[in-house]
Design a protein around this ligand. Structure first.
Ligand code: S3P
Ligand code: PEP
Length: 433
């Protein structure tokens, strides 16, 4: 179960080392991104929705808690089935965003539609994550927001029950979620929205496509035919059944284990056609020495035990950077990753944190403004700090497969998206799965 508090005790963990190739067939929890969007769209719809295979973890529990605080009815029928019954949105309410980018960027636009005050705050690290462009955009769409601190959090949305909407210009180069948040609530704005991005490229294009795809599935009229411009018409959203796919980013450390150990990992329950960037992952893992195949058994990755270095622009799959960095550390040639300057604003400054922690294990790695350069050499065990970042923990776990004595200062941060990570991982490495 997701741990909802920011002050959970640190849980030190020694990453298990693989003595033989891993061989596992796993069923992993649902996608954080699909679950978050389905919850928001469900709360804004004109009828009930059911989420099948929803992710139950800290980020999605915080999302459900936020929407519930504003009046939506959310219940968990069983582990796999969440029910959402929309209800008029009301304040006053308080939203704890935790460290969830989805909650801090998707919920303030919804709060604009409530009749009342909605206050927002989160973990200390959330206060430094980029939110200002969303605050500016919402204000220009007619939402009153008070920002009380030096950053964008804590903030208060003074909802009036309606949002005018219309045209807005935003610099969303810090996070695609700034755009997704505006689009998800926009069918309920009086005039819908036209969002125009101006600035350096918006990262994470597949997540924007997911937003558009899910809005359309809920009945919204969306035009994304012009680069960097998204139009959402005002109109009703329908309740529906959402089938949530397993989380691709959460699956990547497990796939990486197949590459590092020369083993084979199959994830069950993979759809034939995915809303997540499977093809991009397939080509990255293929270049690094793995084989990816999709069959009725699921999505399978096979490795040879030899990992190759790569040069890649990871802007569209930036949340994979930590695990790909761990793979690059164990490769037979150097790697250069670019295009991910914005991950300095993820759960932690991931570029700096990866460079610092891998250097501590003896790595030869340099930071660039928008990425990392890795020249593999033998690593040693040691303490690896995770900075409350689940994907730092994943990177350390992958490294530990080949390097004995990688000691994470805290593995509880994996509860953000996969509370069962330590157990699943240990089971895979020791052959229990
Ligand atoms: O919309 C989403 O669900 C997400 C978008 C991406 O954010 P950024 O564009 O900030 O990288 C991704 O990294 C994050 O994990 C999830
Ligand atoms: C960047 C991530 O999360 P968030 O949704 O909090 O931005 C992530 O999960 O890698």
């Amino acid at each position: 179960m997701g741990n909802l508090t920011a002050t959970r005790p640190l849980q030190p963990w020694t990453a298990p080392t693989a003595s033989e190739p891993v061989s596992a067939t796993l069923r992993l929890p649902g996608s954080k991104s699909l679950t978050a969007r389905a919850l928001v769209l469900g709360a804004l719809a004109n009828g009930p929705s059911t989420l099948m295979g929803a992710l139950r973890a800290r980020d999605t529990e915080l999302m459900a808690g936020a929407l519930r605080a504003m009046g939506a009815h959310m219940s968990i029928a069983d582990d796999d089935r969440w029910l959402v019954r929309p209800h008029p949105l009301v304040g006053p309410a308080h939203v704890d965003v935790g460290l969830a980018g989805t909650v801090m960027r998707f919920v303030p636009p919804v709060a604009g539609l409530t009749d009342g005050r909605v206050t927002f705050d989160g973990d200390p690290a959330a206060r430094t994550r980029p939110l200002g462009p969303l605050v500016g955009a919402l204000r220009s769409l007619g939402v009153r927001i008070d920002v009380t601190g030096p950053g964008s959090l804590p903030l208060t949305v003074l909802g009036t029950g309606r949002v005018t909407g219309g045209e807005v210009v935003i610099d969303a180069s810090a996070s695609s979620q700034l755009v997704s948040g505006l689009l998800l609530a926009a069918p309920r704005f009086d005039r819908g929205v036209v969002v125009r991005h101006v600035g350096p490229p918006v990262p994470s294009a597949p997540h924007l496509r997911m937003t558009v795809q899910m809005l359309r599935a809920a009945g919204a009229a969306v035009d994304d035919g012009t680069p960097d411009v998204w139009t959402v018409e005002p109109g009703p959203l329908s309740g529906r059944v959402w089938e949530i796919e397993p989380d691709l980013s959460g699956a990547v450390p497990f796939f990486a284990a197949a590459l590092v150990t020369g083993g084979e990992v199959t994830l069950r329950g993979w759809p034939r056609s995915s809303a997540q960037p499977v093809e991009r992952l397939r080509s990255l893992l293929h270049e690094m020495g793995g084989q990816v195949s999709l069959s009725t058994a699921g999505l399978t990755v096979r490795g040879t035990g030899t990992v190759h270095g790569i040069t890649a622009d990871l802007a569209d799959v930036s949340e994979l950077t930590p695990v790909l960095t761990a793979l690059a550390m164990l490769a037979d040639s150097p790697s250069v990753f670019t295009g991910v300057g914005h991950i300095r604003g993820h759960e932690t400054d991931r570029i700096a944190a990866l460079a610092r922690e891998f250097t501590g294990l003896g790595a030869d790695v340099t930071e660039s403004p928008d990425g990392l350069e890795i020249r593999p050499r033998p690593l040693r065990g040691g303490v690896f700090r995770t900075y409350h970042d689940h994907r730092m923990a994943h990177a350390a776990a992958v490294t530990g497969l080949a390097v004995p004595g990688v000691e994470l200062d805290d593995v509880s941060c994996t509860s953000k998206t996969m509370p069962e990570f330590p157990a699943l991982w240990s089971g895979m490495v020791t052959g229990g799965n």
